[in-house]
Design a protein around this ligand. Structure first.
Ligand code: HEM
Length: 180
């Protein structure tokens, strides 16, 4: 994955625990890279190792850490030069989710090796959205919960997010957003 993701993990870890804790996370993960470069591609394995190591060092389950990371990602990308893209990608939550694939395609114009996920959004009633998440990667569903919660905060809407079907069962994950 592009280094932008590892940089976001770094920023979140330093915010919570400081630089010494981040160094300990990298050491435990066996990652000897002083500075991640946003536009460089690193093996996915490295990102998984960082998440596992951070989960152990912060004593937080990896799923919960990924959920918090999803929320952090929205704030992080907004200040890393993607704020305008976030602004133009939809004027409400549903529109934004419907535009996620277009948004990642735009990002791919500057990140040619991007392997982005894909989303479908179905309005099942006026208080419920069903989101289908397709990805070549394993293990990022908890991050999607945090991302959707973070988007709820961005649009100042009160929602709950539930993971209602796993990739193991159907080949893709399904989430349900309920407006409160
Ligand atoms: C402007 C903001 C965003 C940027 C710059 C961005 C960029 C990226 C990048 C660089 C990756 C790593 C993929 C790779 O390197 O192959 C990624 C993955 C991902 N993105 Fe985005 N993204 C943004 C917003 C979002 C939002 C709002 C969502 C909400 C659902 C989202 C969902 C995901 C997920 C779930 C992954 C994990 C990888 C996977 O499932 O394969 N992204 N994104």
């Amino acid at each position: 994955m592009y280094g932008l993701v590892n940089k976001a993990i770094e920023e979140m870890a330093i915010k919570v625990g400081g630089t010494d804790v981040w160094d300990a996370i990298k050491l435990k993960a066996g990652v000897d890279i002083p500075t991640f470069i946003s536009m460089k591609v690193y093996p996915d394995e490295l990102t998984y190792k960082l998440v596992d190591s951070a989960s152990e060092i912060f004593a937080i389950p990896a799923d919960e850490l990924l959920r918090q990371f999803g929320k952090h990602w929205i704030l992080f990308t907004a200040k890393e030069g993607y704020g305008d893209l976030l602004e133009i990608s939809g004027s409400n939550l549903r529109e934004f989710i419907e535009n996620l694939d277009t948004m990642h395609s735009r990002i791919a114009s500057t990140m040619p090796e991007l392997n982005p996920p894909s989303f479908e959004c179905i309005e099942t009633d006026d208080k419920t959205l069903q989101i289908h998440y397709f990805s070549d990667r394993e293990g990022f569903a908890p991050m999607v919960i945090g991302l959707l919660e973070g988007l709820g905060e961005m649009f100042a809407v009160d929602i709950t997010v539930a993971h209602v079907q796993t990739k193991a069962a159907k080949g893709f994950d399904t989430f349900e957003i309920h407006y409160l």
